[in-house]
Design a protein around this ligand. Structure first.
Ligand SMILES: *[C@@H]1O[C@H](CO)[C@@H](O)[C@H](O)[C@H]1NC(C)=O
Ligand SMILES: *[C@@H]1O[C@H](CO)[C@@H](O)[C@H](O)[C@H]1NC(C)=O
Ligand SMILES: *[C@@H]1O[C@H](CO)[C@@H](O)[C@H](O)[C@H]1NC(C)=O
Ligand SMILES: *[C@@H]1O[C@H](CO)[C@@H](O)[C@H](O)[C@H]1NC(C)=O
Ligand SMILES: *[C@@H]1O[C@H](CO)[C@@H](O)[C@H](O)[C@H]1NC(C)=O
Ligand SMILES: *[C@@H]1O[C@H](CO)[C@@H](O)[C@H](O)[C@H]1NC(C)=O
Ligand SMILES: *[C@@H]1O[C@H](CO)[C@@H](O)[C@H](O)[C@H]1NC(C)=O
Ligand SMILES: *[C@@H]1O[C@H](CO)[C@@H](O)[C@H](O)[C@H]1NC(C)=O
Ligand SMILES: *[C@@H]1O[C@H](CO)[C@@H](O)[C@H](O)[C@H]1NC(C)=O
Ligand SMILES: *[C@@H]1O[C@H](CO)[C@@H](O)[C@H](O)[C@H]1NC(C)=O
Ligand SMILES: *[C@@H]1O[C@H](CO)[C@@H](O)[C@H](O)[C@H]1NC(C)=O
Ligand SMILES: *[C@@H]1O[C@H](CO)[C@@H](O)[C@H](O)[C@H]1NC(C)=O
Length: 556
């Protein structure tokens, strides 16, 4: 794979002198991130530093109290699931309260990008979060917004044009750093999309004039400094399609770390050019296909997923290897707001972990949260008590993270081998091969007997091969010709890997003879089922396996 050097010669001198004195300034590249697995959280809704667990009514759209110290206090919870990176909400100062739209608890209404959001902590707290993550070998991804700042209109609503106290909008302080006021009215006119404003009369998102070279330099410097000040490892970039495409390459160079952009649209060809300016994108086109496939019962079309992914692999720069692969986030309804069948939910959650992209799990999914559209999908995680007991989805996620790490450690080509699809006779099933992993999904739910057929012509495994389903530790054997015909049990997904891909230090399905003999585990054939062990034991095993799996990825 092509190694990408992000550092511009401009940034180089400063960075070099830093490197001479500290080795903690190693910037994390897209390649570094491709081995990772990301837990996305809404800072205000994850945890409070003082450990209190106040009520939090999402419909009120108010700050509920989560902060950076709270995240530090719950890193065990995140790491135990196998995540080695987190994505947090935007960190800069936002508008305070609004007449009708609630608080900026989500962080997307920046007012002064030179200051931090005091609701989340101070600069020491953010630095502490960064260093606490790095001490665990984890990465910090920060969400940033470049397209706009936000101001509350100073004249009565309905009056046009609106007036603002521009001195609040730092570091600019004047209207000449913004595009003239007009709300986006024509999504087929890209100039309109880029230069007119998002938002509405009560929360106008003032569109930063990224055609003005002074403004551009300010933004490039800002990103360089914030990455370095807080030792940030990666950036999630908001509203990328609302800024001209040729703004992004130098933005990424100045950031000097992995950048993944939000281009909120289902059209692969529209999204593709942005994978040339930033390292990659959040893979919205695939998200829509996956969501529709699992949100429509058996009339959901799983082969549409294969179509979109194949197109994205072809059109995106670096294929889909560096995309952020997700199925839920803060802007879309959780699947469980409409689907209660847990087999369908498990199939859905499996997707991000078994394809080419970097897996992202939106906080709360592991706890079975069911919030619909914004703001309902931003529930307080502390209301779950951070419980890991009797949480089947959390266990499922843990297994998927382990499986991905195990696939990488068994054969590092896993990261550079494109996922491919083995055609199935039903649009309710999907078979995805990403050697050494074979994943079988279906959308029929817990009473379905979906079947998958892998013909010998697919050439995946040899004849008479033992494969282990990492989700159950059950084994299956290929026919003497290498073919495989399987039926789902209770509509559950299967994630298969050849038995030789498992090793004694792994956290899942360890080989009986080499398994830790004192553990009360059940056997399936010659494999031990440790994924069904008690939660405490499981946690201990996860710790051991994290240490065993990822030493090479620790930041020095
Ligand atoms: C905990 O922190 C929250 C948010 O800062 C605050 O409202 C609350 O009073 C604190 N509770 C305790 C017990 O200190
Ligand atoms: C947090 O930052 C402060 C100030 O830099 C420092 O004194 C403290 O030791 C840090 N705490 C942790 C847990 O890193
Ligand atoms: C505008 O904001 C500045 C900075 O906070 C403040 O000093 C000033 O009073 C505000 N002006 C008006 C008209 O509200
Ligand atoms: C460009 O932005 C700078 C800095 O914000 C501002 O001073 C200047 O007036 C702007 N130029 C134009 C032509 O608007
Ligand atoms: C596209 O939008 C821009 C900005 O609003 C506008 O100036 C231009 O006239 C529009 N072009 C067309 C063809 O409508
Ligand atoms: C998808 O985007 C491309 C590139 O912008 C555009 O040409 C095409 O018309 C779009 N397709 C649809 C269905 O909107
Ligand atoms: C599936 O559901 C989505 C909404 O999630 C809807 O837009 C789409 O048309 C549905 N597709 C099918 C094939 O039912
Ligand atoms: C499913 O999607 C594929 C690919 O987009 C399409 O060719 C096919 O006609 C669809 N099938 C059904 C039953 O909707
Ligand atoms: C690793 O994966 C690559 C690509 O699938 C394959 O060509 C190679 O044989 C695999 N190596 C081993 C040891 O399985
Ligand atoms: C699934 O298989 C079981 C056992 O063979 C059978 O009883 C059941 O009717 C089947 N369900 C469907 C939906 O085909
Ligand atoms: C698989 O096993 C069968 C029956 O034991 C044997 O005849 C065949 O040669 C084996 N095939 C391979 C590829 O090992
Ligand atoms: C799987 O099904 C195909 C088609 O029916 C058949 O040719 C093949 O032998 C079967 N393989 C196994 C291992 O049963």
């Amino acid at each position: 794979m092509m190694k990408k050097y992000h550092m511009s010669s401009f940034a180089f001198n400063a960075a070099l002198s830093t490197l001479l004195f500290t080795i903690s300034a190693l910037a994390a590249s897209a390649d570094d991130w491709s081995k990772r697995s990301i837990y996305q959280l809404v800072t205000d809704r994850f945890a409070l530093g003082n450990g209190s667990r106040p009520s939090c009514d999402t419909s009120e759209k108010k700050y509920c109290g989560g902060n950076w110290q709270g995240i530090i206090s719950q890193l065990d919870y995140i790491q135990e699931m196998g995540f080695d990176a987190i994505w947090i909400s935007p960190v800069v100062e936002n508008v305070e309260g609004t007449p009708s739209s609630g608080d900026a608890y989500h962080g997307y209404w920046a007012q002064d990008i030179t200051s931090l959001n005091a609701h989340f902590g101070n600069s020491d707290d953010l630095k502490n979060l960064s260093s606490a993550l790095h001490a665990r070998g984890m990465y910090l991804m920060v969400d940033v917004v470049v397209n706009h700042l936000v101001a509350i209109p100073t004249n009565p609503s309905g009056v046009w044009p609106e007036t603002f106290n521009y001195s609040l909008l730092q570091p600019f302080g004047g209207s000449d750093s913004f595009h003239p006021q007009c709300f986006i009215s024509d999504y087929s006119n890209q100039t309109n999309v880029e230069q007119c404003w998002l938002g509405d009369a009560s929360i106008p998102l003032l569109d930063i004039d990224t055609e003005n070279s002074t403004v551009v330099d300010i933004m490039y410097n800002w990103i360089k400094n914030i990455v370095s000040d807080y030792d940030i490892d990666g950036l999630r970039v908001d509203t990328v399609k609302h800024v001209r495409q040729d703004f992004w390459p130098d933005f990424a160079l100045n950031a000097g770390v992995y950048t993944v952009g939000e281009v909120f649209i289902g059209n692969v060809s529209y999204v593709a050019p942005y994978t040339r300016g930033l390292d990659s994108v959040l893979d919205y086109p695939t998200y829509f296909a996956v969501y529709n496939a699992f949100n429509n019962g058996t009339s959901g079309n799983m082969s549409a997923i294969a179509d979109v992914v194949t197109q994205a692999q072809y059109e995106y720069n670096h294929g889909t290897f560096y995309v952020g692969s997700f199925v839920e986030n803060q802007d879309n309804p959780r699947l469980q707001s409409t689907v209660s069948d847990q087999s369908i939910v498990k199939n859905f959650i499996t997707w991000p972990f078994i394809n080419d992209g970097i897996p992202i799990l939106y906080y709360g999914q592991e706890q079975g949260y069911q919030g619909g559209n914004d703001p309902a999908n931003r529930e307080a995680l502390w209301l779950s008590g951070f419980s890991i007991d009797n949480k089947p989805l959390l266990t499922h996620v843990k297994s998927l993270n382990s499986a991905r790490k195990q696939a990488i450690s068994y054969n590092s080509s896993f990261l550079t081998t494109k996922a491919s699809f083995i055609p199935q006779s039903s649009v309710s099933t999907l078979a995805i091969s990403k050697p050494p992993m074979l994943t079988l999904l279906s959308n029929g739910g817990n009473s379905s007997n979906a079947t998958w057929n892998i013909p010998s012509s697919a050439g995946l495994y040899g004849g008479n091969k033992t494969l282990v389903d990492v989700l159950t530790c059950d084994t299956v054997t290929t026919g003497s010709d290498g073919s495989l015909n399987l039926t789902a049990s209770n509509g559950l997904p299967k994630v298969l890997m050849p038995s030789e891909a498992f090793n004694a230090s792994g956290s899942l399905c360890t080989i009986e003879a080499e398994g830790p003999s004192s553990l009360p585990v059940k056997s399936n054939g010659s494999f031990r089922t440790v994924v069904h062990a008690g939660a405490e034991i499981l946690a201990a095993i996860m710790w051991a396996s994290l240490i065993a799996f990822v030493p090479g990825t620790m930041l020095l």
